[in-house]
Design a protein around this ligand. Structure first.
Ligand code: ADP
Ligand code: MG
Length: 280
């Protein structure tokens, strides 16, 4: 579970920028959250705090039992290596490494043996239907395929949290839907917390909870900590719910399933935790 309390981030350059302004929010384990908002609004900065890539100027960020905002760099490294997988808009694959080697990179900090690393990485590529492209270089893959590899790299460590910064931003049409579907499959299969930054209304509509950040202020659009684990928001229904209508609250959405599967997810105890919403 993430708990952010009064998180402020200022960048001091020639012009001081307040990228996050007293952001407070709780994200229970297993939730799928979309964060929307205009360019420059603070989305990537927020993901960096969640991913232990940076620390706030003031306020606290805790993930489970660890206060990231006060942690030593070695602790932050460990959190990044073990607990958090990150997917970026531009895939961020190493161009000179094969798909398999790119995935294996995520296991290097964990000290996994060469044999296990190969085995786990192959399995992760299979999971995203890229098993037959393990030896390909990124340049030999389409954008959608590169993003699949990046998702495999994020998942191979079996993280607790998957963060995605505009995961479909460089994709169009069917590739976009495929990547979104993969994120949902991983969420369902691995009991992940998934937090996605997006401009894409379909991606946003597929989340359980929608937050918006603009000028560093976080506000709630819909959803939130809920009782029970009814999964919502899937691909085959257009973005017909106006979240601002208030109809898309917890349990209110009942979007059709991704692949005709039930879309049911076991309720987890953690979802029952009542927590404050983002401050409006
Ligand atoms: P978003 O991802 O929503 O587009 P960002 O979190 O990247 O927004 O940026 C929020 C604000 O912080 C913007 O005004 C941006 O220019 C500024 N910013 C982001 N990173 C830095 C940095 N490393 N140094 C200075 N300013 C930054
Ligand atoms: Mg950004």
């Amino acid at each position: 579970m993430y708990t952010l309390t009064d998180v402020t981030k200022t960048y001091d350059g020639r012009h001081q920028v307040t990228a996050l302004d007293r952001v407070s929010v709780t994200i229970p384990d297993g939730q799928m959250v979309a964060i929307e908002g205009p360019t420059g609004g603070g989305k990537s900065t927020l993901l960096q705090m969640l991913g232990a890539l940076d620390v706030p100027s003031s306020g606290t960020v805790t993930l489970d039992d660890i206060e990231l905002s006060g942690a030593r760099e070695s602790q932050l490294q460990q959190v990044r290596a073990e607990r958090v997988g990150i997917v970026f808009q531009n895939f961020n694959l190493i161009p000179t490494l094969s798909a398999l080697e790119n995935v294996q990179m995520a296991l290097v900090p964990l000290g996994v043996s060469a044999h296990d690393s190969k085995q786990r990485s192959r399995a992760a590529l299979e999971q995203v239907s890229m098993g037959d492209r393990a030896d390909h270089l990124p340049s030999e893959l389409s954008g959608g395929q590169q993003q699949r590899v990046a998702i495999a790299r994020a998942l191979v460590k079996s993280p607790r949290v998957l963060l995605a910064d505009e995961p479909t931003g460089n994709l169009d049409g069917p590739m976009r839907d495929e990547v979104l579907q993969l994120l949902h499959e991983a969420w369902r299969a691995q009991s992940l917390t998934v937090i996605m930054v997006t401009h894409d209304s379909r991606v946003a509509a597929s989340a359980q909870r929608r937050l918006r950040i603009a000028h560093g202020h976080l506000t709630k659009l819909s959803g939130g900590p809920r009782k029970g684990g009814r999964k919502n928001g899937l691909l085959d229904r257009p973005d017909s719910d106006d979240p601002r209508s208030g109809q898309m609250g917890p349990g209110a959405t009942d979007h059709g399933p991704l692949n005709g599967q039930s879309g049911q997810r076991q309720p987890s105890g953690a979802r029952d935790v009542a927590s404050p919403e983002a401050d409006d």
